[in-house]
Design a protein around this ligand. Structure first.
Ligand SMILES: [Zn+2]
Ligand SMILES: [Zn+2]
Length: 606
């Protein structure tokens, strides 16, 4: 059975919740983290406790300790934790005054706790494990350490961390752990962690030869190899085809523009930290902010195309689309593989619509996104209504514009009857969004496509159209990207498919393996015939032993392979073996080509 299938079968019965989804897990993870801290201080009396929150899959605690914790220490700590669990210590809450908390902390001699005390507000609560150990904490916790299952938690790793995440402050050691309701859940979680490592797109991307990073180029700037470029082009061509059917028009815009442009859009004022620094020709120019910047978004450029002529209502909706590469200055610590990069290509489009067209166009965009997901076989997703946080001042535009835009998104979601939830504070600075969150085969969530309704940029750029009655009106903009970005999407797809791309996306679709050198001419000829009709076929003329050639093709996860010997040459056939269907036996060449062409065209398997 292929790995991916095995993983899916095994995973069906056990649902693993995130901590934020389960109060029971919150209590378990909180309590386990205290048990861990108590165990650490028992074994390493000089270790000082700092903070120990839960994470979505477990918990961590940061310690200031003169001893560097090793993997061996983790084992010892775990054993000590089991002892604490078996002692069935009651977990008790005590509310104290600030002075009393201070007095007790000073008695313990733990200066970090004093700082924590300064940063928390009343009520000040202490949680005790039995009589000998306590920490400042707001809870919630279990009632007794006996409620923890000693076989349902594990310590995972030690990493360096800074006090308060500040590099100028003390360096601490962070111990990560995980805790569950049952040993079965822990086992399933650990299995998924292992599977995630195997599927890691950074590892598979290298093995399958899809992309590289190069030191002299810089972090977060992927370079696409020929195979990876095929993958990109397939995705691009597919979406461009869908867009053409739906009335989109392609445009191409430059990678940089004047600072003035980004001042009008508001990026310079609101988004500068995420942009690469300004390029200016001289110091005077820099001082006057007369320079250029790499674009962090494509919108201001598409807007210029709209604005280049006086538009009539008859031209709307106008749907301008571009696979536009943008640049964002992510912190280098946050960069990892393709899911967070500094240069990436957005499958971007901006729709300029009249108020009457808004709802309908928005629904059409959502419909396009859903059909893209279907084509990519991504079925497990929900929609997040990413709205502004009314308390925050990081947004541009009037309350009225925001309400209108948020209501339009709400109407669409209700009409489409989609699985959705609200994310307050998740909006872009110029407008609310509908984001599609995809849950992969291992239960991890990724943000994919997005649609935004925007009344603000049309205002800032003073966009207009001539209405039917001859008056000048302001269009509304829809920003949308079904993939999100090619980089991110491909990173996610590699992991979701575990490198096993569907036939239409696979960089190499067919590999022909000749049994002996005498069959070289035949396989070369057949491969050429396939390439002529657009099938990505290659002949393995390495001269390796057959077993080795088969293993290589398997490692490269090539969807279709064919071993060619005397019999095939004589009968003009191919013995076909596919990753999706296994051994299919000998089939006439013309029939193989026909079937491949069809399967590629309708995105199915062979
Ligand atoms: Zn706690
Ligand atoms: Zn945009």
């Amino acid at each position: 059975m292929p790995e991916a299938e095995q993983a899916q079968q095994a995973q069906q019965p056990i649902k693993l919740l995130r901590t934020s989804e389960s109060e029971s897990l919150q209590k378990i993870r909180h309590t386990t983290s205290h048990v861990m801290a108590m165990a650490v201080q028992k074994l390493f009396p000089k270790a000082q406790v700092t903070i120990g929150p839960w994470t979505e899959n477990g918990f961590y605690y940061d310690f200031d300790s003169p001893d560097a914790f090793t993997d061996k220490d983790l084992k010892k700590i775990r054993k000590e934790m089991i002892k604490i669990v078996n002692r069935k210590l009651p977990v008790t809450r005590e509310e104290v005054s600030r002075e009393e908390a201070k007095r007790r902390i000073e008695e313990l001699g733990e200066p970090y706790k004093l700082e924590i005390l300064d940063s928390i507000s009343e009520p000040i609560t202490l949680y005790h494990l039995g009589e000998q150990w306590w920490d400042l904490c707001a809870g919630p916790h279990l009632e007794s350490t006996a409620d923890l299952h000693p076989k349902a938690f594990a310590l995972e790793s030690v990493a360096g961390a800074y006090w308060r995440g500040d590099e100028t402050k003390a360096q601490l050691q962070r111990i990560y752990g995980t805790a569950w309701e049952t040993p079965e859940q822990l086992e399933e979680y650990q299995r998924r962690q292992e599977e995630a490592l195997k599927r890691d797109h950074r590892k598979l991307g290298k093995e399958l030869g899809l992309f590289i990073f190069a030191d002299p180029v810089g972090p977060g700037l992927p370079l696409w190899t020929p195979k990876g470029t095929i993958l990109r082009s397939q995705l691009e061509d597919y979406l461009k085809g869908e867009q053409t059917k739906r009335g989109y028009q392609g445009v191409v815009t430059p990678h940089l523009g004047k600072i003035d442009l980004f001042k009008i859009s508001g990026h310079w004022q609101n988004y500068k930290e995420d942009m690469f620094p300004m390029m200016a020709e001289s110091e005077e120019a820099a001082a006057a902010e007369q320079g250029f910047a790499l674009k962090p978004m494509n919108c201001p450029f598409h807007i210029q195309i709209y604005k280049s002529e006086l538009r009539s209502y008859k031209e709307l909706p106008m749907r301008l689309a571009e696979f536009g590469t943008v640049y964002r200055y992510e912190q280098s610590g946050e960069l990892g593989g393709l899911t967070r990069v500094r240069g990436f290509t957005v499958d971007d489009s901006h729709l300029f619509v009249t108020p009457e067209q808004l709802d309908d166009e928005f629904l059409k965009v959502v419909d396009l996104i859903l059909s893209v997901f279907k084509s990519l076989q991504l079925s497990n997703f929900k929609a997040r209504l990413s709205f502004r946080d009314p308390e925050s001042d990081k947004y541009v535009g009037s309350d009225e514009a925001w309400d209108k835009a948020q209501n339009a998104i709400r109407r669409a979601v209700e009409k489409m009857d989609m699985n959705h939830f609200e994310g307050i504070g998740e909006a872009a600075f110029y407008g609310p969004k509908l984001d599609f969150i995809f849950e992969d085969a291992l239960g991890r969530e990724w943000q994919l496509g997005t649609v935004q309704v925007d009344y603000n940029l049309p205002e800032r750029f003073e966009l207009e159209y001539v209405a039917e009655d001859g008056s000048r009106q302001r269009p509304i903009m829809i920003h949308r990207a079904p993939f999100g970005s090619l980089e991110r999407l491909i990173g996610i797809l590699i992991e979701e498919y575990a490198g096993d791309f569907p036939l239409w996306l696979a960089p190499v679709q067919v590999r022909l393996l000749p049994v002996r050198d005498a069959h070289f001419d035949y396989v070369k000829e057949v491969a050429a015939k396939m390439r002529e009709v657009g099938i990505r076929a290659e002949a393995d003329t390495s001269g390796e032993r057959l077993g080795k050639m088969i293993r290589n093709a398997e490692k490269q996860k090539i969807p279709v392979m064919s071993v060619v010997g005397d019999k095939e040459v004589e009968e003009n056939t191919l013995s076909i073996r596919t990753r999706a269907s296994g051994e299919l036996g000998a089939i006439a060449i013309s029939e193989v080509i026909e079937k491949l062409k069809n399967a590629i065209a309708d995105h199915s398997n062979f």
